[in-house]
Design a protein around this ligand. Structure first.
Ligand SMILES: [Zn+2]
Ligand SMILES: [Zn+2]
Length: 106
């Protein structure tokens, strides 16, 4: 996977060069280095969700929750798949008002 230096969009291979799907910039195809392999195996989302201390700002907003510290009704959330795959994923919340973090047991 290669991303545009200018706008960060994903680049597609065309006639041996990489062409940005966003702004049309072209770049030489990069050799797959270890850095690129690791970004393919672990996306940014997975990195964020792997930590309960994740930076929640900019994440999706849940509006079906109520903070039990301040009763605010909007919180950021991330979803984390817990230990075994047959358990449902757990949502982690951070209150938009007071910053309290909690997890949802499902
Ligand atoms: Zn671009
Ligand atoms: Zn709160």
């Amino acid at each position: 996977m290669q991303f545009c230096d200018d706008c960060g969009s994903m680049m597609k291979k065309e006639d041996g060069v990489m062409v940005c799907a966003g702004c049309g910039a072209t770049a030489e195809q990069e050799v797959e280095t270890e850095a690129f392999i690791s970004t393919e195996e672990q996306t940014d989302d997975e990195l964020i969700e792997s930590s309960e201390e994740a930076n929640f700002e900019g994440k999706p907003t849940a509006k079906d929750v109520v903070c039990d510290a301040c009763a605010h009704e909007e919180a950021w959330y991330t979803i984390k798949q817990t230990a075994s795959a047959d358990e449902p994923p757990t949502r982690f919340f951070k209150c938009k008002n007071c910053g309290k973090k909690w997890r949802e047991y499902s």
